[in-house]
Design a protein around this ligand. Structure first.
Ligand SMILES: [Zn+2]
Length: 482
């Protein structure tokens, strides 16, 4: 027995030396929270628990629960969490060891133990980002809507939405200074979406604050009420056989388009852009050069002395095969856009290859629908000589013939204003920019009217070159009608 006892003492002694106590870090690793991350919805509850697998050790400790942001998540001293508002916060359980129940775990590291869980609180009540982050445009005539979603069936509780428009009202629907509003019904598979309908009344910015009665979550939006978008409008216009000189036209079944600039920028001035040529069959007819039947006094494409001229010519052809009517049309279309942007209304004599309107008809369209008339042409030479306009010849008999008598000065003034604008825009000008000519157009014009030769058969007719021309012509028109 004695011997056995000695062995036992030796055994215990060796045990004491060679089998050390478990380090405190091991004990610490055995205590944790049941979740290190957790998601809950606003207004909903969750539970965090301390998992302690080291039951045999019989540790004794106190626990204090806390939240890094009580406006986002609250936690009770039993680990029950509640979502307050959308966001992320850290819930912390602080454990303090109660000594000295276990001498093995009294080290400093286990004197206080901090366990954390990252809690994400998701909104139950929300709208889509496109509505919360962008300005809402409200049109004047129709209702537009903003959807609001509630997680879980909306009718699970008597959910009410309270809407406040700026400072005006909190009633369920109504009409304020800037908007009218009303609620739609709950809808969707889970009856969890409801739309707020808005209709603009006056320009301004409003705030929309919507609060739901269950979670007290509030959604703040801004809506801007704009005036109805102003747009260019257009109408087809036709030749009227009752017009003065109408009986002298032979081809006038075609229609033109009158474009109205956006009202806000409109100058109330209509510029007729007449893309030269482009009337098939135009050479089959002859029309009187002058309204009174008197003979031409200056030779052009029709000789001096003639009383009749071709109703409308085919025009020249460029060396690459482009007919003049195509080049004048592409320039006319560039000019139209610029004029409308600048606030001028525009009468486009033609916007296609062919319009059944001869030179007299085109002139009378401009007389009756426009404030001035600019016909676009490329001259028949091939020297790239530059731009010029055909001015009213200084011949007494011609300048004394109506309607030339009453209008020749404004024709020349318009021409000089346009050439000046083109020159200022860096466009090559031929000579002094004018060439006297007895034209059918100016012989019948009762508004400022020019035949503008923007170049000739040697000119660059690329889009870039025509864009520069259009800018120059616009600058010239602005000289005449600031
Ligand atoms: Zn021409």
């Amino acid at each position: 027995m004695k011997r056995s006892l000695r062995y036992l003492i030796l055994f215990l002694f060796l045990l004491g030396i060679f089998v050390p106590a478990l380090p405190s870090v091991t004990a610490k690793a055995e205590i944790r929270l049941n979740q290190s991350t957790k998601s809950i919805y606003v207004g909903k509850y969750g539970k965090l628990r301390i998992v302690d697998t080291e039951t045999a050790a019989g540790d004794s400790y106190t626990v204090t629960w806390s939240s890094s942001d009580r406006d986002i998540v609250k936690v009770s001293q039993k680990g029950t969490i509640k979502g307050i508002a959308a966001g992320t916060a850290t819930v912390t359980a602080t454990l303090k060891h109660v000594p000295p129940s276990d001498p093995d775990v009294t080290s400093d590291s286990w004197h206080t133990m901090v366990l954390t869980c990252t809690v994400t609180v998701k909104p139950r009540f929300y709208t889509k980002d496109t509505y919360t982050t962008k300005t809402l445009n409200v049109s004047g005539d129709t209702w537009t809507w903003i959807p609001f979603y509630f997680l879980g069936a909306a009718n699970e509780k008597d959910l009410d939405l309270f809407c406040q428009i700026s400072d005006e009202s909190m009633i369920p629907g109504g009409s304020g200074t800037y908007v009218s509003w009303k609620w739609g019904d709950w809808y969707g598979k889970y009856k969890n979406c409801r739309r707020l309908y808005l209709k603009g009344k006056a320009e301004g910015e409003i705030r929309v604050n919507v609060r739901n009665s269950v979670t007290n979550e509030v959604i703040n939006l801004k809506a801007t009420v704009h005036a109805p978008e102003e747009k260019v409008t257009s109408e087809k216009v036709s030749f009227n056989t009752n017009w003065t000189y109408a009986g002298n036209s032979k081809i006038h079944s075609g229609t033109s388009t009158l474009y109205h600039a956006a009202p806000a920028s409109s100058k109330g001035i209509t510029v007729c852009i007449n893309a030269g040529h482009g009337t098939s069959g135009g050479t089959s007819y002859q029309t009187l050069c002058h309204p009174d039947g008197s003979p031409k006094i200056v030779s052009g494409s029709t000789s001096a002395g003639s009383t009749y001229a071709t109703a409308i010519a085919v025009g020249r052809t460029f060396s690459n095969g482009t007919p003049e009517r195509d080049a004048t049309l592409s320039l006319a279309l560039l000019l139209k856009d610029r004029l409308l942007n600048a606030g001028y209304d525009v009468l486009m004599i033609r916007e296609t290859d062919d319009v059944q309107l001869d030179n007299i008809a085109r002139t009378l369209m401009a007389n009756n629908y426009a404030d001035c008339h600019i016909a676009l042409h490329y001259d028949s030479t091939k020297s790239d000589k530059g731009a010029f306009f055909l001015s009213v010849p200084n011949v007494a008999s011609y300048r004394n013939m109506e309607p030339v008598k009453s209008h020749w000065q404004e024709h020349n003034a318009l021409g000089r204003a346009v050439i000046s604008g083109m020159q200022d825009s860096g466009i090559k000008i031929f000579g002094n920019g004018e060439m006297p000519m007895d034209l059918t157009q100016t012989s019948y014009s009762t508004v400022p009217s020019i035949d503008l030769e923007v170049g000739d058969g040697g000119s660059d007719i690329s889009k870039a070159a025509q864009t520069k021309l259009a800018d120059g012509i616009l600058a010239g028109i602005r000289n005449y009608y600031p």
